[in-house]
Design a protein around this ligand. Sequence first.
Ligand code: FAD
Length: 517
Amino acid sequence: MIACLEHFVHENETDTYSRNDDAALLCSDLDIQGSIDYASPTTSLAAKDFGGIHAAKPFAVVRPAGADDISRVVKFASRSGTVTVAARGNGHSINGQAMSDGGLIVDMRSMDCSIDVVRLHSGDVVDVGGGALWEDVLRRCVLGYGLAPRSWTDYLRLTVGGTLSNAGVSGQAFRHGPQTANVTELEVVTGKGDTLICSESQNSELFFAVLGGLGQFGIITRARVLLQPAPDMVRWIRVVYADFDEFTRDAESLLTLPEGEGSSFDYVEGFAFANCDDLVNGWPSVPLDPNQSFDPTLIPCSAGQVLYCLEVALHHRNVDRRSTVDRVVERLLGRLRYCEGLEYQVEVSYMEFLLRVQHAERQAKANGIWDAPHPWLNLFVSKTDIACFDRLVFQKILKHGIGGPMLVYPLLRSKWDDRTSVVLPEGDIFYIVALLRFSLPYPKGPPVEEMISQNREIIQTCIKSGLGLKLYLPHYTSEDEWKQHFGNKWTRFVERKARFDPMAILAPGQKIFSRRN
Ligand code: FAD
């Protein structure tokens, strides 16, 4: 991998020099309220991301004071022949998507990210800066107003602009759609440097282009996000299945229960795990509390090498009696056919529930696996092919696990707006599969090349078997692959690019379009 990188740098040296000259010229001319940093460690940090696989050093990192500064940066870049601009949220991409090789990084986290709750006739919303972390949005809305956004990601140290540029998916998406379906208005600086307000009724083409647009059409400087009353508490539950068909039947049956207090769960996710006592990949990954244990004698003899866990949650208020909540949970669980006895429940506050991954983050940082490379693979697989995916991938290629969670849960297509730039597989129901590898750096863990090649094997196996899938948080390097990814949405994507970022200045790390001059 390192050898490949060196080769790449040599081949592109001349290019990089001329780009750096352009960037130097334009930066000396740039009159912004914020600041520009040309030096390491700032530029070196912007050359890395959470994936830890790709590296591309920018010429400079811009810390904008506001949308005006971003507009100036983009306009200056467009006057140069070669300079590109990438917004960097919290740099939690896997494959260098927020990088700009020899170009400019706009550090969105340094922008003023005020978080203002607005009470409108039509309902409560929060106006939030594109560089704000969802974690901060949660704290401000819940602690200040008893309100909360409806749709989340599992992990909240991601920026509003970063997740809206992809989709933003977690266990609430079956009901409320992804985060992109819970935004009513955006402020965007386009690739022409224009600052525009857009919504379903105003500059609507830009609005839908930017949502799930992989940063290709504009930089999101502000978003208006829908809110709902925040619950106080969450009953968090996991139940185990030995049979994939039963797991999917039950998971899908929960998607269409009527909405309303106590009528259905408020969160539905699931994961596959190895049928063994391995601490990370096996039975111990299921219990929710250190006082709970996994009794393997309860696993049916028919079970194979992989088991499945349905994870659900029910919101409730402090005033609700424990017995009432127990009754609702019992009724809802009573419909499900999980392995008797393999059921785990805990009661946590709403904030604790939404911040649950931060606990894992602390542990991973202490172990050294948070800062190791993360060759993650995220897929959307159509419902008709998920059983085949299970047989070919979970039960064969990944039967021993991946050293981290292997999420698999269903989503409803009707909750996703087809006008956004996100692409989905066919069918009313599709599954998200997230292979979230957490391994110690080599030689304590597997070599990163091995994990990348296993990801490739998974994709190739699925393609060979004709499975309907799309990459989520996609990563390709050739136009042909991108064309295939977008399918019949490719023409619209290209037209949107020509309209909003005709010089292809923005988000070069996605490697979809080349800079024009
Ligand atoms: P960055 O990595 O900084 O940027 C991502 C892309 O968006 C880049 O192309 C960048 O140029 C562009 N961009 C950034 N900010 C803006 C902006 N303001 N306007 C326009 N373009 C912008 N995803 C889920 O859906 N659900 C999850 O549960 C989930 N959990 C995760 C957990 C972890 C630990 C990690 C590392 C990732 C997770 N993700 C999840 C993926 C995550 O949503 C994406 O990687 C997201 O892009 C990261 O946000 P970021 O702020 O770090 O963006």
